[in-house]
Every structure is written in C-alpha cells, then in structure tokens.
Design a protein around this ligand. Structure first.
Ligand SMILES: C[S@@+](CC[C@H](N)C(=O)[O-])C[C@H]1O[C@@H](n2cnc3c(N)ncnc32)[C@H](O)[C@@H]1O
Length: 389
C-alpha cells in the first residue's frame, strides 16, 4: 500500500519493499507516529528534541522515521539488519523527492558512527539483535545523548527494558498510546557493562551426518541462534542427493548450516548462500569457512529471495522458508521464494523444502511446478520436492 503518512514535518508517501499490490499493509505504524510526535513535542521539557547533532535510527522497519527526519536532521544514519528495510528506506526517500544522501544507510555489520547525539530505536523482534546493537552503539553515546526507543506494547517486554537499563543506563517507559509505547533511557557512559555475548559459536551435536561436531557461527538475530532447530535437523536428514549438481542455492540461509552440509557432501557443487539479513549472511560465511577452509569457494549474497539470481542457472534450491517475519506476511515471502526458485532452476532442477505440516506448502508447489513429492514426514514437518519441468 502506497499511502500518506502525516507527521509534524509534513506528509510522506510510503510503501514497503518490495511493493505488493495484493498486500494492503502500511509502511508505518503507531510506534513510528508516537516517536515522531514525541520528538516534535517533547512533553517533558516542553520543546522539540534538538536534531542538530548526529542522529541514528536503529531498526527502522520501512523507512518511515528516516524519511520523515531526512530533511530535518543534520546528520542522519539508519542502521538495519534487513536488506528489505534498506531498500525501503532508499525507495521512500526517492518517492518523496528527498536527497538519497540525506540518510546514511548502514548495515548492522558495518561500523556505527563514533558519536551519537540522538539515538532512536525501533525495538526489533529479536531481543538478541537489540542486545548486540546496544552493545555496539553504547561507546558512541555521551551523557547528553537523547535515547528514545519505540515499539508496539506487544513488542516491549521487561526483558527489553532490562537490556536498555543494563547496557545503556536508567530506563523508563511512557504511557501506551494507540497500543504503542516509548522507552526513555538516560545514558551512563561510565556504566560497568558486561561484554557483548554475540556472535555465538557452538558445536553441533553428533548424529547429524557430515555436520556432526562442526562449529556454527551465529551473529545476533539469526534464526535459532543458540541450538539446532528441529525443523532444520529434520531437513538435514532429507537433503537431496546432489549427484552432479553444479550450482546449489541455500535460500534463506540463516547461519548457513544447510548449505554447508550440501558443500561437505558435494565438494564439486558451487554453493550460493542468500538471506535478506546481513547478520545471517555473515554467519553463513563463517560457518561455511570454518567447515571447508578459508579458501573454499562459495558465494554469499544479501538480497530478497532469488531476485538477483539469473534465470535457469541453478540445479538445486534448498529452502527452509521463514514462518514469521516482521517484513511481510510469511505466505507472501514463501510464495516469492517458490516462484523465484521456479525461475532460477534449470529444467530438471529441484526445489527441496521443509515446512511445518500445517502450512501445506504442497498446495502452492503443485500449483506452481505442476508436481510435488513428499520426501519425508514427521508429526510436525514435511520435506517436499518439486521439479522444474
Ligand atoms: C526458517 S529460517 C531458515 C534458516 C536456515 N536455512 C535453517 O534452516 O536453519 C528462514 C530464513 O529466511 C530469511 N529470509 C526471510 N525473508 C527473506 C527474504 N525475503 N529473502 C531472503 N531470505 C529471507 C530469514 O532471515 C531466515 O534466515
């Protein structure tokens, strides 16, 4: 939905990325509105928050906050782990005729600014990602830094506030307004804070074939960062025989264990790891290199599903689709992944998918590929195979 977002700084046309005419979802919510209203009105001191220093927006979902502040703040940096969010910020600036340079978009993997005067945090779904990012940003804060977090009440828990308190300084919350809440923190640069526990590296259990005992790297926020997911485990037991496959894609690679298993069993295959999370792709690269050596060849791509992969260029796509995401309805993402797979597979190529049984992916796959075989099933999961004809 391309819709008008009215703020104290003007009205902005905003859309999610990629735009989906069938999905009537707004690119902002009450948490974005509450934050912007607070910045303009600042009820505590009766005046607007000064935006003339270095302003950092962490975790802007679709660029609503960055777009609204683009023409106002002197120096505005948006930090995100999401490729889709970074594209949405750029597209929304362009849509509103704003200078693309007005927002310095950095990934969570890049160095943050060395001094921050205003830190605006859209609380992410992942507490781990919030923890890691607050640790990374804390050294740039000073006593006078204004820190305001925002989120829907369902996204802000006691554990969320404890992170702000433990890593940055004394923290309180505002009243809820239209089911959104603000978080206010008074930074204490001299705080004796524990060390950042991220990234987390652990060894996989025995009994999972080529991956047994191997080390997995997990940057904060990646899917199932502290243990092997049971769906992934089931998938690892039912990967296809890669025979003479030349090009194999680990789509939505997370920490990269599926693609790493494929590379270990089929050394001749060229692996491509894709995820929309910068943290995930960095994790996958480390997991792969730890298992196969620093010089082993593979490609690591941050992108939206298979949008950047050429037609008919791939032999096998391995996929454990996301089943919840702040980015869009999961159905839309799974469908984008399936249609992408159909396009990039060579005739005879295979898409192999694991999914929760209740998601009934076989219906979609059959519609799209004209075929779908159940490779394995458990009470909770099914592994499906569809062939490009
Ligand atoms: C269920 S996890 C699977 C992770 C890993 N492959 C595994 O099996 O343990 C789904 C992954 O899809 C990624 N993802 C979500 N939306 C995406 C998109 N539009 N394009 C690429 N990857 C996406 C998520 O970041 C997440 O890492």
């Amino acid at each position: 939905m391309n819709d008008s977002f009215t703020t104290a700084w003007g009205a902005f046309e905003l859309a999610r990325f990629p735009e989906n005419p069938r999905e009537q979802l707004r690119a902002w919510d009450a948490a974005d509105e509450y934050l912007l209203r607070y910045l303009k009105e600042e009820p505590d001191s009766g005046g607007p928050v000064a935006l003339d220093g270095a302003v950092v927006v962490l975790g802007d979902r679709w660029g609503a906050v960055s777009t609204a502040l683009a023409g106002t703040a002197d120096s505005l940096t948006a930090i995100t782990d999401s490729y889709l969010a970074s594209r949405a910020i750029a597209a929304n600036l362009a849509r509103n005729g704003l200078d693309p340079e007005a927002v310095d978009v950095r990934t969570t993997q890049q160095e943050p600014p060395s001094r921050i005067d205003v830190l605006l945090v859209r609380v992410p779904k992942s507490l781990a990602l919030l923890e890691d990012q607050l640790y990374r940003l804390a050294p740039a804060l000073h006593e006078g830094t204004v820190v305001v977090g925002t989120g829907m009440v369902t996204e802000i828990h006691t554990s969320t506030l404890q992170l702000f308190e433990r890593i940055l300084g004394p923290t309180r919350t505002s009243l809820a307004v239209r089911k959104a809440r603000l978080i206010h923190t008074a930074p204490r640069p001299a705080l004796d804070r524990p060390t950042n526990p991220w990234p987390l590296r652990y060894r996989l259990p025995d009994g999972i074939g080529v991956l047994s005992g191997r080390q997995v790297a997990n940057q904060a926020g990646v899917f199932c960062a502290d243990r092997l997911d049971i769906g992934t485990r089931f998938f690892l037991q039912h990967l296809p025989d890669l025979g003479d496959a030349r090009r194999v894609v680990d789509l939505g690679c997370g920490n990269g264990i599926v693609g790493t298993a494929a590379a270990l069993t089929a050394p001749h295959a060229e692996l491509l790891f894709v995820d929309e999370s910068f943290q995930a792709v960095a994790s996958a690269e480390e997991t792969f290199r730890t298992a196969l050596g620093p010089d082993a060849r593979a490609e690591f791509l941050v992108g939206d599903a298979l949008a950047d992969v050429p037609d008919a260029s791939v032999d096998v796509v391995l996929l454990n689709p996301p089943f919840h995401s702040h980015q869009a309805t999961t159905d839309a993402i799974a469908w984008r992944m399936f249609t992408g797979a159909r396009r990039v597979l060579r005739p005879g190529g295979e898409l192999r998918v694991v999914g929760n049984r209740h998601l009934a992916y076989h219906v979609k796959l059959r519609r799209l590929f004209g075929n779908c075989r159940t490779v394995a099933g458990s009470p909770k999961f099914t592994v499906l195979s569809a062939t490009r004809r």
